[in-house]
Design a protein around this ligand. Structure first.
Ligand SMILES: Cc1cc2nc3c(=O)[nH]c(=O)nc-3n(C[C@H](O)[C@H](O)[C@H](O)COP(=O)(O)O)c2cc1C
Ligand code: SF4
Ligand code: SF4
Length: 253
């Protein structure tokens, strides 16, 4: 099985890596923005993984699926979404889209991980709480790998009940947040030192360095990678104040 994933702060990357290791999988495992994602697309069986955003698919993932519409016919797709709290049909959203292009959905897995939105105070948890969430997630992933090895694919997020939960629980109220790329990234020029880390790592190449300062455009998929890795805490997105910079590496220590 090949894997294609989007991961802003490392949660989804960790889940995918652990699952594939547990499965003894040796296929291509590629970030969605990399050239290797195109090679991964050639496989007959593909894992697609991404963080839930407002009980929906990140726009970059939707764009990728639509841009390669003719590639999905007859492919077996297993979906993973990670979430801070509630996904509803986080996997189901991609499943329905992929089915329109003729893909067969083999299953879905929805894993709770620490939240990645560093500029929203209400979502903050202690270090111990985040570590406990990761430990619990790891146990679930290992159990899911066992089921998959036995041919029993989890079907999380794919039912009609999950569809209703995702739609009415969140998506309807926040639908406009995930219907396109956004221009909401804010970079404080008084803090930015022009190091280029944000520009180098942005999966949509939405940030450029000009005259020694970073500047964002309107192609942001809200992955929070630039926000969470800026060494000068110069970037915000949904909120106005940065409270922390959550990443999988920090939370798992
Ligand atoms: C813009 C945005 C929206 C999010 N919306 C949701 C959500 O609707 N439900 C949820 O449980 N988590 C939500 N999250 C949290 C992430 O899905 C979660 O932290 C995920 O594991 C991050 O994965 P990553 O580190 O691979 O990017 C959201 C995160 C972001 C950045
Ligand atoms: S990572 Fe931060 S400091 Fe570095 S260029 Fe980007 S905004 Fe500026
Ligand atoms: S601008 Fe930042 S949050 Fe937006 S896609 Fe790029 S790295 Fe992700």
């Amino acid at each position: 099985m090949n894997a294609i994933y989007l991961s802003g702060s490392g949660n989804t990357k960790h889940v995918v890596t652990l699952l594939l290791n547990e499965l003894g999988n040796t296929g291509i495992c590629a970030p969605i923005e990399s050239e290797d994602a195109m090679k991964a697309l050639e496989g007959d069986e593909i894992l697609i993984a991404y963080p839930t955003m407002f009980s929906n698919i990140p726009y970059l993932v939707r764009d990728f699926i639509n841009s390669h519409g003719s590639s999905w016919k007859g492919k077996k797709i297993f979906l993973i979404t990670t979430m801070g709290l509630f996904a509803g049909d986080g996997t189901g959203c991609a499943a329905r889209l992929l089915k329109k292009y003729g893909a067969e959905i083999t299953g879905g897995l929805q894993i709770v991980m620490p939240d990645s939105i560093g500029d929203c105070k209400a979502l903050k948890k202690s270090k111990e709480q985040n570590k406990a969430i990761i430990d619990k997630a790891d146990k679930r992933i290992i159990e899911a790998a066992k089921q998959i090895r036995e041919g029993r694919y989890p079907k999380e997020g794919l039912s009609f009940a999950a569809h209703l939960a995702g739609l009415f629980g969140q998506r309807l109220w926040f639908y406009n947040k995930t219907t396109g790329y956004t221009d909401k990234v804010r970079i404080d020029p008084s803090k930015c030192i022009g190091c280029g880390i944000c520009a180098k790592n942005c999966p949509t190449q939405n940030i450029k360095i000009a005259d020694g300062k970073a500047a964002a455009n309107s192609q942001c998929t809200m992955c929070y990678r630039c926000v969470n890795y800026c060494p000068k805490q110069a970037i915000t997105l949904l909120g106005k104040t940065l409270y922390e910079q959550p990443t999988y590496d920090k939370n798992s220590m």
